[in-house]
Write a protein that binds this ligand. Structure first.
Ligand code: ZN
Length: 421
């Protein structure tokens, strides 16, 4: 499906220095060495399109955007894939509640998401597929898992046939990403879409692979498994395989996806006989009014509303940059004011002439150091004050705005923030 229009890109000549990224699985920061020399392959989990993009989403896609910009700056080609979970319980429930067609609801929210991504100057993924679009391929993966003896039926009294679950005990691959014990998993599994207590399951964490058709729900034909729709995790395995191939370099997403989604996606992939991602990068959660932003709490701050209220999307990016992508933080109006003030100062400095090779070097090295955006902002603050290291000789004054020391060009290429305007 059409994703959105990427911002115009003018990358700097490659630095040749690798991105060093924190890997959730190992708990360490290590250089990204692509499995395919010369090309980094990145997957970021997409939205369930039943509500607009809020700051939590923006933080996730901003972090992934910085990863790909850092990989490109190191001299790698980047291939990225992203899904849209347009067949899922929350979407179907919302459509039902509001009396609208689920496909129309999904289409309208996908459209709004694309507008938000464009406004934020997020580079579009090379592969962008929704579950309904990829259904034929997803069914093939589900059937392959059945053929490999990983699927088992569980009675579904309200359906014509059984539901099917993935038997995690066959491969014993659970917890590879999170490193959690089953006890830790069970603490959050039910809250995050799991059904640990369903009668007939062999293992409490076993994920739903194929849900038999229920009255009023969309369904597709999956041969011996009957009509129904796929569980959540298998879609990302399928869309990653189709788009960027398995295994790939980096799986990205919000930290609430570590378990169950990323643990169980990896388990599906292992059950298919293939390793999944080489590394896992997770972004922190964004809070508002003292609680993590969530639909159920109703404390969401939407990107499109901020933009509608006149907030420059580049201000939103600067708010995001003020926090390390892995940390949890809280959105506030004060943050917005600080970022607004920053953008004004940076734009003023850009108009004065932005050349400072040493500032550009700090920006690049901060980005490749596990996306250290706070350090980049410090360097930019100093640059805007005209206080970049004196060896430049031209900091903040009279530079030509071109060449290796062009700060506005570097801020655009590395951080997606345009200082024009
Ligand atoms: Zn996913």
């Amino acid at each position: 499906m059409h994703s959105w229009t990427s911002p115009s890109l003018s990358p700097l000549p490659p630095s040749g220095r690798p991105l060093r990224l924190h890997d959730t699985r190992t708990g360490r920061i290590a250089p990204v060495t692509p499995l395919t020399p010369g090309t980094a392959r990145l997957y970021v989990c997409g939205i369930t399109p039943y509500d607009s993009t809020h700051l939590g989403h923006a933080a996730t896609y901003h972090a992934a955007d910085l990863m790909r910009r850092a990989l490109a700056d190191s001299g790698l080609a980047v291939e990225m894939a992203q899904n849209v979970t347009d067949v899922d319980d929350p979407l179907l429930e919302r459509a039902d509640r509001d009396g609208v067609d689920w496909q129309e609801l999904a289409a309208s929210q996908v459209d709004l998401f694309a507008q938000d991504m464009e406004a934020l100057r997020i580079i579009a993924p090379e592969t962008y597929r929704s579950v309904s679009e990829a259904m034929e391929d997803i069914i093939a993966v589900v059937l392959a898992l059945h053929e490999r003896g990983r699927a088992y039926p569980v009675d579904a009294p309200d359906a014509a046939g059984p539901d099917w679950y993935l038997d995690l005990s066959v491969d014993g691959a659970l917890g590879d990403v999170s490193g959690w014990s089953e006890e830790q998993m069970l603490e959050v599994f039910a809250d995050r879409g799991g059904d640990p207590d369903r009668a007939g399951k062999r293992g409490r964490i076993d994920p739903l692979l194929w849900r038999a058709e229920r009255e009023g729900e969309p369904a597709w034909d999956a041969g011996v498994l009957g009509r129904g729709r796929p569980g959540w995790h298998v879609e990302c395995v399928c869309i990653a395989e189709q788009g960027i191939g398995l295994p790939f370099d980096i799986q990205a997403g919000g930290s609430d996806l570590i378990f169950p989604h990323h643990d169980l996606s990896a388990a599906h992939s292992v059950a298919l006989g293939r390793p999944f991602a080489a590394a896992y990068a997770h972004s922190g959660m964004v809070a508002h009014e003292g609680e993590k932003m969530s639909k159920s709490l109703g404390n969401l701050v939407f990107v499109h509303r901020l933009v509608r209220d006149g907030v420059d999307p580049m201000v939103i990016r600067l708010v995001l940059m003020a926090h390390h992508y892995r940390s949890d933080w809280e959105w506030s109006d004060q943050e917005l004011e600080q970022a607004r003030d920053r953008l004004d100062r940076y734009r003023l400095a850009a108009r004065r002439g932005g050349s400072s090779p040493s500032t550009v070097e700090v920006l690049r090295s901060a980005l490749r150091d596990d996306l250290d955006t706070a350090r980049a902002l410090e360097a930019l603050d100093a640059w805007a004050e005209g206080a970049a290291p004196s060896k430049d000789g031209v900091a903040g004054t009279g530079g030509t705005g071109t060449g290796a020391g062009d700060v506005p060009a570097a801020v655009d290429a590395l951080f997606g923030v345009t200082l024009e305007g």
